[in-house]
Design a protein around this ligand. Sequence first.
Ligand code: UDX
Length: 501
Amino acid sequence: MSNYLGRDGELAEIGIDDVDVSPLEISADGDGRSADLAMARRTSLRDLERPPVAMRLGIFGTGYAGLITSVCLAQLGHTVTAMDTDAGIVARLSQGIATIHEPGLPELLRANLEAGRLRFTTQAEDAIAGSDIIFVCVGTPPRSDGRADLCQVEEVARTIAHQLDGYKLIVEKSTVPARTARWITWTIRRLAGPQHEFDVASNPEFLREGSAVRDFMHPDRIVIGADSGRARSLLLDLYKPRFDCPIVVTSVTTAEFIKQTANAFLAAKISFINVMADLCDALGVDVRTVAQSIGMDPRIGADFLNAGLGFGGACLPKDLSALITVAEENGVDIGMLKEVQRINTARADRLLAKIERALWIVRHKVVAVLGVAFKANTDDIRGAPSLTVVPWLHDAGANLRIYDPAAMPRLQALYPPDDRLVYAESAMDAARDANALVILTDWDEFRCLDLDRLRSVMRSPIIIDGRNLFTPTQLEAAGFEYYSLGRGDVTPRSDQQRGTA
Ligand code: UDX
């Protein structure tokens, strides 16, 4: 028995059998046409009686996707060897020290190391020898031309090719452009020669940072892209007896494209509501009310309609760029997604304009910045608005007091403290004597701030909220000037209109 993160985020005691539940499998044809929901079928009784198979798994890469995948697959009872070229990361993980901030991760990491189901190594052969399945979870960062940099993927393919010791299933987990599996196959085939048996499959992850463990343990769907029966049944054996969710079985290229399409759609949804937010500002309408109302329509859906500073992180911006270049290479007009990208890039400028609207002259003003992570519950600052807003404020001559519950060390590595940049101990500490407070991340801790106390420690009670954490009426009642993105501003002028100035 060991701990895992339950559906509601609480730690629960489970054994492997506890996650052995009836799955729903959706089959799609091998030509890569989309899965026909009408073809969904319940798993047969015989499948359900089949005991879960514990497999030996090799994982390449212990970044976000690799580490969560390693720990969660070990939690499901598989024996996992995770390889990374960074000896420091391997040493820390081997001691049970989580290298990323992710709820539930430290507990699962320690439990599975202790159970002997999980180990970390710098040696590729440890992850390859004897493994039934090898997952490729290495980074695919953006290149300067927007395409995904697949150098690390190729390197893994070459390494595997030189060490094949019997049939291997090689599975892409990292987000890669459609048809990357073909390149992996050709690379291995060329180097390993015709005598070795292997397949390359795609099994994209849909994990969100901040809830990645829960997302892995309770997936909405599992996508398996496999072009051979052997690869398909290995991946079905890996997941099917353990998850109660639809399993989409399709071709490798379709699976790769499903992942790219999912992230592009999420990005489009966010940019759509952000454009509406700007219109709401102009019309004096609250974008949250609009978003909640349209989200009640199941055709639209309530999620991903939070207006604000837009999407950041390591995935959405990168995957959108990569998809745009794939479309351009194939002569497909992708103008719509370019607009999604342009709208998103302009979000930080919109906030900076609000800061100037609130402060007029920024120079010599004390500005508290709350939140540097790209979103709550993570210490990740990749693609975060703080990377635009903090240097802009600093260059404009502001005295900055910055606070984030988890991500400050990462920003500090880029922008060390100086006489105009201080890293604070708490949100209240950051706000002390501030002329304005700027919110960049949607941490719950900021939502729960004691507004009376906050007003009393600030030099002037001005909040510029890039995440729409508060309502204008709430902050007006608490005596603040309040500038948000899509909810109308509470300005000194509106005070005059109320006769209170
Ligand atoms: C995303 C995908 O959701 C996940 O399926 C994929 O595997 C990896 O990329 P992640 O980057 O962790 O996950 O964050 P996500 O929760 O998707 O948020 C992305 C960005 O959009 C964040 O900057 C977030 O603040 C922003 N966002 C999200 C909004 O601005 N509004 C919303 O309504 C939702």
